[in-house]
Design a protein around this ligand. Sequence first.
Ligand code: C2E
Ligand code: MG
Ligand code: MG
Length: 538
Amino acid sequence: MMAAARETLRSWFYRPWSLAILAAALSVALLLAGSLGVTLRQVQQRESDQMNSQGERFLERLEQLFGQLREGLDDLEAQPLRGCDMKMFTTLQQVSFSYRFVYEAAYIDQAQFCSNRPHQEALSAIRPPDIKGPTYSYWLNTSTEPDENRAALMLGRGNFRVATSRGHLTDMVDLSPGSSLLVVLDHGTRAIPVLGAPQAWPPSEPWSPFSNEPLQITQNRLIYRMPTNNPEYQLVLISPRTAMHLPALWWWLVPASLVLGLSIGALVFLLARQRQSMGGELQGALKRGELQVLYQPIFDLRSRNCVGAEALLRWRRPDGTLTSPDLFIPMAEDSGQIRQITDFVLQRLLEQLGQLLRAYPQLYISVNLAACDVMVPRIGEVMSRLLALHRVAARQIAFEVTERGLIDVVVARENLQALRDAGHQVLIDDFGTGYCSLAYLQTLPVDCLKIDKAFIDALGHDAASSGVAPHIIRMAHALELKVIAEGIEHEAQAMYLSSEGVNYGQGWLFAHALTAMQLIELVTRGRHMAPRRIDDKA
Ligand code: C2E
Ligand code: MG
Ligand code: MG
């Protein structure tokens, strides 16, 4: 059941069209989401920048304004006149002339009232002040009429009152519709609008009243609190959040994302088709016999005798080009063709070397297994059939597994154990390049580690005892595992490895991958390395 479902999924993934559509849809979605995120951030940034600068301008203006109102009052209080007469009228007018923000100045006592603007009654209706300080009293929002000239703020000292006009507040900053300028009193519990409509206070939505940030952005409002010198009150500017106007840039990002996504889809389609066609070609190659198995000899580092060989696959196309197994093996693993290929290698190797193996019972050939070969018990069955047919002992065939093939430890362990029980040797190939840990290794049924070429390279020409290789060797010995060093290219490396107790080695220093004929010749010639290197016939 599971296997069938996995097979369906796999075949779906190998259809270039479905892959391309998936890739295009995914990338369009990702690109759109990404650019929307960026744009929204930008919009929000702009919104808060605007509010911050509006708040700052308001604050500056308010400070000027309060300053002038207080100065005006101080002037009036300081002069000797009291009572309403022509002189008082002139004095009031003078104050209003000399302070730009003083729109109206008035004298008031129990009996009389006079103002520099006698026809207006703004200051005549007197109610108790909203804020009563030691020197000054404050009346806020003294008029709710939409008259620009009506007082928005009034200050009083003794018998005098001065007021500013609404226009003086709004000429600096446009208060957008729905916005309000509030004065918050009584330790933040009461708010009186100076400009704009009254607002519920404290805000009903969640906000943080103790934050030090002047600007707070809630779900649908911007709240800008302005610090004042007076602890009695605080100024607050509240604006509704503007409907998110997506900037023009966004309308460019949409088609750009679409085009980019479709291009990615097209690219995936081409790659998938190429891969599919490579898969098709590989199928043909198997049939036409373009695949060839070569054997790279493995030597005992001390005696320099050839003890075995590793079977390595080559794909030689009719036009003579060679495709590296590093390219087509991973592809075949993905497409499932690897099973056929592994079978082909096993079969070919016994056909070519069966006789040699029977004649030299100590000789072994090691075969690379793909990750999926390790996941099913199939290899053991194929092998035992072939071994019986060619009358070769199981111990003469070894299997190389990479750390990648051991991901599902439980299954891998079971299958590897079965191979060992049948008499085969199991090696870990490219050791050190994967994730295999020491603890993990202990639990695996393996006989030997192959140290990856990268670590042998790291030993360098003079093979100073540097890098990871010495550690791997010590570890392998501690676990009583044999060690094969891969990719030995210099005599110094071979000497060093041998002195460190590495038993076996393989590499261009000794031999390239050989054809079956060349290998047979090498082994039968006395199994000893000639001084000159044997060259790759491939
Ligand atoms: P691998 O199993 O680690 O094989 C060793 C690789 O190192 C081979 O490359 C070999 O030719 C190369 N090599 C050996 N000595 C030297 C040296 O001294 N210097 C350098 N520079 N390279 C050296 P190749 O044959 O290209 O194989 C590459 C990989 O392809 C193999 O790595 C193996 O993982 C995979 N492969 C090859 N044949 C098969 C096969 O039949 N089945 C499977 N499943 N994988 C295979
Ligand atoms: Mg190998
Ligand atoms: Mg290797």
